[in-house]
Design a protein. Structure first.
Length: 320
């Protein structure tokens, strides 16, 4: 099917106008109409794929990417898009394969290196993922997203000091990124640096006052730190109760509240909240790594003892 160039130009203008107006569904329909007239258009197909991914339709995007793969197997951007889309669909191994192909096609591509690191991290290849991220950083040293990814990787490996260094670079590159500030707080606390942790959590809350992860991390730090000069039980209880009121079904928030109550000498309340936190955590695989630690803390509260920590539980956006 052929269309007059002027007709296609008008259709592109219409699709662009819908996109600019924020009407993504109309823009998707417009680009699909263009592809009926000009199925070989990489411009229309790429923009359509972007819109489909932005609207949470990775399966539909994958259909178009597979079509384009047959036509343009050596297209680096296409391989990166395929990798990202497969990752969204939970197909981690194929995502890594396409990212590796993208790197082979363009060794100095920052986007390809970054995507390779992300994909390898998803399948647990942490050493290879770190190498990919460091190659990406050699291309763009101040990229905040790469630094944060590296920090998350190092935290997962148990290298709190290395994670803190990476997150610190991320916050310098993008001081408005509350996630990186929150992660920096968790890494500092895990490294036994509660004063630095408190500062980082407060920066996260300055940037994003409603950041629940940072508030939870700060409350945990203030309630459980073994540093008497930093411990602030009153603020910890206030923060933890606010988080409880926002989400009464969040086991990590309740775990923090229990620790804050215990720090305040309210052991009966701490025990009650801790038992609720454990029940919720046991009902979800997401919190499997926290359950045993929660039970150990519960025994302290039953014995009339507060919990003192030199390390936070989690890095990665949740504060704890």
């Amino acid at each position: 099917m052929e269309a007059h160039p002027d007709d296609l130009a008008a259709r592109y203008d219409l699709a662009a106008a819908h996109t600019a107006a924020g009407d993504r569904e109309a823009a998707i329909a417009a680009y699909e109409e263009i592809l009926k007239w000009d199925p070989d258009s990489p411009r229309a197909r790429r923009r359509l794929v972007t819109l489909l991914l932005e609207t949470g339709q990775p399966s539909a995007a994958l259909v178009h990417l597979r079509w384009a793969e047959e036509k343009h197997p050596d297209d680096v951007d296409l391989r990166i898009s395929l990798s990202r889309t497969l990752a969204q669909l939970g197909q981690a191994a194929p995502a890594a394969e396409h990212a590796q192909t993208a790197v082979a096609l363009a060794e100095e591509s920052f986007d390809a290196r970054f995507q390779l690191g992300t994909a390898l991290m998803a399948i647990g290849e942490l050493n290879k993922a770190e190498a990919a991220f460091r190659r990406a950083m050699a291309i763009e040293p101040e990229d905040a997203a790469t630094q944060r990814k590296l920090g998350l990787l190092l935290a997962a490996r148990g290298d709190a000091a290395g994670a803190a260094e990476a997150f610190a670079v991320a916050t310098r590159s993008d001081p408005t990124d509350a996630e990186s500030w929150s992660d920096l707080g968790a890494a500092h606390f895990a490294a036994g640096q509660p004063a630095e942790a408190v500062r980082a959590y407060r920066e996260a809350l300055y940037v994003a006052p409603d950041h629940a992860g940072a508030a939870n991390g700060l409350a945990w730090c203030l309630a459980t730190t073994d540093d008497d000069e930093i411990r602030n039980i009153e603020e910890a209880v206030a923060l933890a109760e606010q988080l409880r009121d926002l989400d009464k079904e969040n086991p990590t928030a309740l775990d923090t509240l229990a620790a804050a109550y215990a720090a305040d000498g309210k052991f009966a309340e701490a025990e009650k909240v801790a038992r609720r936190a454990i029940k919720l955590a046991e009902a979800s695989d997401k919190f499997a790594d926290l359950t045993e630690a929660m039970k150990a803390r519960l025994q302290l509260y039953v014995a009339g003892q507060p919990y003192r920590a030199a390390a936070a539980n989690h890095v990665g956006g949740a504060g704890r």
